[in-house]
Design a protein around this ligand. Sequence first.
Ligand code: ISJ
Length: 90
Amino acid sequence: MTTPTPEAAGTETVIAEKRRRIDDLDTRIIDLVRERMTVSGQIQHERIGAGGRRVSLNREMEVLTHYSAELGRPGTTLAMTLLELCRGKV
Ligand SMILES: C=C(O[C@@H]1C=C(C(=O)O)C=C[C@H]1O)C(=O)O
């Protein structure tokens, strides 16, 4: 193996540092998703206990609109994944 140039070594360091930051962000995002799942489950439990349904399509449209307004079409996909995590498959 050849020794990397100082420039390449610097690039590798920057990438390694940024990847650690991304790993930290992903850990926090996963924690937030778990928190969302807990709160969503509490709402569903409350509604079902009052004789309602687990799913509220009107509310899900609001969530999908929020994500698509902020993040475009991939935001809709992300919101659908979050909804499935929070209330299961419909
Ligand atoms: C949490 C709720 O219940 C369900 C889960 C939702 C969610 O996780 O955002 C949205 C609508 C419902 O299908 C709610 O009605 O707010």
